[in-house]
Design a protein around this ligand. Sequence first.
Ligand code: AP5
Ligand code: MG
Ligand code: ZN
Length: 209
Amino acid sequence: MKLIFLGPPGAGKGTLAAKAVDILKLPHISTGAIFRSAIAAQSTLGLKVKAVIDAGKLVDDAATIELVKERLAQADAQAGYILDGFPRTIPQAEALSAFSSVDKVVNFDIPDSSVLERLGGRRVCRKCGANYHIVFNKPKNEKVCPACGGEIYTRDDDREEAVQKRLEVYRAQTAPLIDYYRKKGLLVDVDARPLVDEVVGNFKKALGL
Ligand code: AP5
Ligand code: MG
Ligand code: ZN
């Protein structure tokens, strides 16, 4: 199954993807995570995208499309994938349709107030990328990832100004994809407001699993 996770920043795409990986045995491909690894490694790509991402803006379409095209060509993605955070613009969606055929697009339905609450308290593991939250999913030791022992930090783009910018960018450039995929008959809406286990249930129901 080839799935796209579509939704505003902080909707819970990464969190649900981590659960869906266990359910569906598919690779989780997050463009944001790929960019963050590149930044950590100080690669050419990382150095190029750091300022753009920290400001809450989008990386250019051409570079992002190329990256995803290469990733989806790898062996582990042939039976299916969970694509989290791509496409994020109409040109990205058009480009994707030329190199892969998507089965379903999962739309994370959630109001801005919840998004702000989730991003305001998010913490992330620098090593494995696991998501935590200071209220909803608090690690025992606030500085150490219980999954891998990595350092827990706050993402640079979770600063308030960057979050506002990301929401603005989402509305202008990404939200139009909801209608785009609905018209193609691929969209399934998932109520992303409840706690994680219930969202997992909503997701399974929406996909008939
Ligand atoms: P990306 O990493 O994709 O960030 P995003 O879309 O802004 O989404 P987030 O990762 O912030 O949120 P999420 O929905 O995954 O929520 P999470 O599960 O963490 O992209 C980062 C940047 O990279 C972009 O801004 C852009 O610059 C660039 N980029 C990436 N893709 C690109 C593309 N295609 N084109 C161009 N540029 C691109 O959950 C959030 C918090 O809530 C966590 O703390 C979690 O523990 C908590 N939580 C989750 N679910 C629940 C729940 N049900 N109940 C309570 N708490 C919950
Ligand atoms: Mg994410
Ligand atoms: Zn970790």
